[in-house]
Design a protein around this ligand. Structure first.
Ligand SMILES: C[S@@+](CC[C@H](N)C(=O)[O-])C[C@H]1O[C@@H](n2cnc3c(N)ncnc32)[C@H](O)[C@@H]1O
Ligand SMILES: [Zn+2]
Length: 492
């Protein structure tokens, strides 16, 4: 972006001429009481008007013929560009200097030292779009470390090392509440699971519905802490037909228990934002519910149960620490209202910033919009294929459940209740980038982590029932990856 003075100097025209050019439509942007000129827009405009659309007196100081005037301006502008660009070099020393006042206020002396040390790797020659990005990443990682340090004493460093080592397929054997409590805050990029459905299986038994929901609440609370900020939890759960064991233990106490609804409320109370309930249509699922002895009269009819919920929650922990403008790297930013609950948005107030809206507002941004618009995420490895997009376009999606029992009546997948790969596949493609860590705290046969690895993410599972799942998982990993992959295990 050029200042008015830059433009006048380099075109060697008077202010009046410039004023007339502007009246004729030369593009400019008002910044406070002055103007800025986008060099590409001006060049385009001058270029388009080279053929004499405007009379010569716009260039009165040059007093040259109409046919030469605009090409001359064009050339002059073009040759002046590198010079002007050099007036405003964004490099790391510039950003540190420009932001000095803010950094002194926002960081402790130790944190500022650390930032400077980390950035000292980048010399004056290091420039370009990456400069702002690197400065921002290092600055944000210091803020993140500050947040993580609030909990660090409870963390298990061996577990942390295990989760962060290079291997991209891992299982933690143990109770997920216990494991989550020992994990670093905001260290996982996406969570996907299907939890035990109350007392739906022989291996999961709670005294009553409330004790189940309380256990889930404690786990959900820890996942809120462990999930990175502005990231997503994909939670597949079905409503079950069971006895809540609160009013009666009799078989007559069996009724529809809307686990999805109860859990949504708990997720919200623990800080998550409920965003979507995608209905998974499983087709005709075996159940006894519709059987009425062929009585085709009122009050005897119940539908077959054939759906589950895929609940989608966002974590937006409100963080009001200033973040740099993604365009110019300035911390001269003002807080706007939250763009959604928990998402602090900012507006750049640096009048040298290269981007302004058509309404002359500074760049507006948030941690969430920076993440979503990050060019480094828009790479082929993260592009979602058309098939997946069209499959999940509507909020009712039909695909078959995993058939556990084969034609000979044998259980093909051990004693697990696996979900089909479709669910983690959508979750991982929609809500993570290659290389990120995906956690399933109720791993079962490790479906989520296996799909994550296949999609070049790091897949981590936590499973309490080692006796039941160890061999199932080991066999499955060999099959899925033709024996080419090692599974790392962590035992509590
Ligand atoms: C519905 S299954 C998950 C199946 C999995 N999605 C798959 O594809 O195989 C739920 C799993 O959670 C496990 N589980 C139950 N309570 C747990 C806990 N507190 N910590 C870790 N795992 C637990 C059960 O052993 C079971 O394997
Ligand atoms: Zn800016």
């Amino acid at each position: 972006m050029l200042t008015e003075k830059d433009l006048l100097d380099d075109l060697k025209i008077s202010r009046t001429t410039l004023w007339r050019l502007k009246k004729k439509g030369m593009p400019c942007i008002k910044v406070g009481s002055s103007y800025r000129y986008d060099r590409t827009d001006v060049l385009k405009w001058v270029n388009n008007n080279q053929h004499g659309e405007y009379p010569i007196d716009y260039f009165e100081s040059a007093r040259i013929s109409e046919n030469l005037a605009l090409p001359l301006a064009y050339n002059s502008l073009k040759s002046s560009l590198p010079k002007i660009k050099n007036n405003y070099k964004i490099n790391i020393p510039y950003l540190l200097k420009h932001n000095k006042e803010y950094l002194n206020k926002l960081l402790t002396i130790g944190e500022l030292d650390e930032l400077q040390t980390r950035l000292s790797r980048y010399t004056n020659d290091f420039q370009g779009n990456d400069t702002v990005k690197i400065f921002t990443e290092e600055y944000l990682s210091i803020l993140k470390k500050r947040h993580q340090n609030e909990y660090i004493e409870n963390c298990d460093h061996k577990l942390d090392k295990f989760i962060n080592n290079k291997n991209d397929l891992k299982i933690i054997w143990g109770d997920c509440l216990n494991a989550l409590k020992k994990m670093q805050s905001e260290s996982i990029h996406l969570m996907v699971t299907s939890p035990p459905y109350y007392n739906a299986r022989e291996y999961s038994q709670w005294e009553n519905l409330n004790s189940y929901l309380e256990d889930m609440r404690l786990i959900i609370r820890e996942t809120y802490r462990v999930l990175d900020n502005h990231r997503i939890w994909v939670f597949n759960v079905g409503d079950v037909f069971d006895n809540d064991n609160l009013k009666t233990k009799s078989v007559w106490g069996k009724r529809r228990l809307p686990l999805g609804a109860y859990l949504i409320k708990i997720f919200e109370e623990e800080g998550f934002e409920f965003v979507d309930d995608i209905i998974w249509d499983k087709g005709e699922v075996e159940s006894q519910r519709h059987k009425n002895g062929g009585i085709n009269y009122p009050f005897y009819q119940y539908p077959l149960n054939c759906y589950e919920h895929i609940l989608i929650f966002h974590k937006h922990r409100l963080d009001t620490s200033k973040i740099p403008c993604p365009i110019c790297g300035s911390l001269n930013v003002n807080g706007n209202t939250q763009s959604e609950i928990g998402v602090q948005s900012w507006e750049c107030k640096n009048d040298k910033c290269l981007e302004r809206s058509p309404h002359n507002r500074g760049k507006r941004f948030s941690l969430r919009s920076n993440m979503m618009q990050d060019a480094d995420r828009r790479i082929p490895a993260n592009e979602i294929d058309e098939f997946t997009l069209s499959k999940w376009r509507r909020d009712i999606v039909k695909f078959p459940p995993v058939i556990k029992i084969d034609q000979n009546g044998n259980n093909r997948v051990g004693h697990s209740a696996p979900f089909p790969k479709d669910i983690p596949e959508m979750a991982i493609k929609y809500f993570s980038s290659a290389g990120e860590k995906v956690l399933d705290p109720f791993a079962g046969s490790l479906t989520t982590a296996i799909v994550a690895k296949k999609l070049n993410r790091v897949g981590v599972g936590i499973e309490i029932n080692k006796a039941m799942f160890k061999s199932v998982i080991e066999k499955r990993v060999v099959q899925e990856f033709n024996g080419q992959t090692t599974l790392l295990e962590f035992n509590f």
